[in-house]
Design a protein around this ligand. Structure first.
Ligand code: NAI
Ligand code: MG
Length: 329
């Protein structure tokens, strides 16, 4: 029996979560779901975007599913707070084309591993007489930890090459540290090819020859940017899942936000959230179950059952019902 904390959040977060739980319900698995609150609606109700009770539940569960929240400027970000408090240092973002989906590249399969705790995201900014400055923190320990995670992940998933992405030609000290630690870790994995690219070149290669990539590992901000770029290659945000992984806890969430413009219409694409549940299942060593959902999703898409963002006319829940039905085929 696994204990899963479920944080639907706001807007389409709630809709894609309902769809994903419907699909999960079709598996022969003992999962106990414990609901928790976070986000803007939670703030309206109880004055907090991320109540202590939610953090406690996440801490105590085997895994957490997070839909999406609406972030209002000035309010504490629920997901950034969770990532920091639980030290979820690795942000895993697989980029895998899906059959039948209109996109730029129908044959991609690679993974971006993004450092999740430091870099410019430490939020240390201040105004100066003529503008503002931000501090960029890159530590040896965090660079080593994320590099090790990338190599271990590569080994486990059968990849043969890990690519570090940085800008050490300009950010000589910060990214110099990152690159050095990457190669130090790489030397402990003799069977694995290690290479490094500048982030600007990577941005170009992602468009011209993305098939070349296997596992990319990078610092927080570059990871944020290149992973949204990569999502664009396979058909957009409605398809991109992610995992935030720490030593003790893990939170699984789609890359997209609460999409207020389409919320409440039952047209949000549940694919990213459903793929997110497959990342969770793999994390719980339920690889076969993850495969089952992946295959059912692929069969559904191949039948042309998809939401309007992909050019289809299925609703969120129609897609979920179709996928659940495919699970039994
Ligand atoms: P967004 O990801 O919500 O939407 C960007 C665009 O993609 C919109 O056109 C939206 O309609 C479309 N889209 C996103 N997910 C989709 C799906 N599943 N199916 C179909 N279309 C989809 O990002 P945006 O608009 O910048 O932010 C909206 C709110 O979400 C903001 O309050 C933002 O702060 C928050 N946000 C929360 C995140 C989280 O909870 N981790 C991540 C990103 C944004
Ligand atoms: Mg982003």
């Amino acid at each position: 029996m696994y204990r899963i904390t479920v944080i639907p959040g706001d807007g389409i977060g709630k809709e894609v979560m309902e769809a994903a739980l419907h699909v999960l319900g079709g598996l022969d698995l003992e999962l106990e779901f414990v609901y928790a609150e976070a986000g803007n609606e939670c703030f309206m109700r109880c004055g907090e975007t991320i109540p202590e009770e939610t953090v406690k539940l996440v801490r105590r569960s085997d895994a957490t599913l997070f839909g999406a929240v609406t972030t209002v400027p000035g309010q504490k970000s629920a997901i950034i707070t969770l990532r920091r408090e639980l030290d979820l240092f690795a942000n895993l973002r697989p980029v895998k084309s899906l059959p039948g989906v209109p996109c730029l590249y129908p044959d991609l399969d690679f993974v971006i591993v993004r450092e999740n705790t430091e870099d410019l995201y430490v939020g240390d900014e201040e105004f100066t007489a003529d503008g503002a400055v931000a501090r960029r923190i890159i530590t040896r320990s965090a660079s080593r930890r994320i590099s090790r995670f990338a190599f271990e992940y590569a080994k486990r998933e059968g990849w043969t090459r890990v690519t570090a992405v940085h800008k050490a030609n300009v950010l000589k000290k910060t990214d110099g540290v990152f690159r050095e630690e990457f190669y130090r870790v790489a030397s402990k994995y003799p069977g694995m090819e290690a290479e490094d690219y500048y982030v600007d070149a990577t941005a170009m290669y992602l468009i011209t020859q993305p098939q070349e990539f296997q596992v990319l590992v990078t610092t927080n901000l570059f990871g944020d940017i290149v992973s949204d770029e990569a999502a664009g290659l396979i058909g957009g945000l409605g398809l991109a899942p992610s995992a935030n992984i720490g030593e003790k806890n893990a939170i699984f969430e789609p890359v997209h936000g609460s999409a207020p413009q389409i919320a409440g219409k039952n047209i949000a694409n549940p694919t990213a959230m459903i793929l997110t549940t497959t990342l969770m299942l793999k994390h719980l060593n339920k690889t076969q179950e993850a495969q089952k959902i992946q295959k059912a999703l692929e069969r559904t898409l191949l039948k042309g059952i998809m939401t309007p963002d992909l050019g289809g006319n299925a609703s969120t829940m129609e897609m979920a019902h179709a996928i659940k039905k495919e699970l039994d085929e």
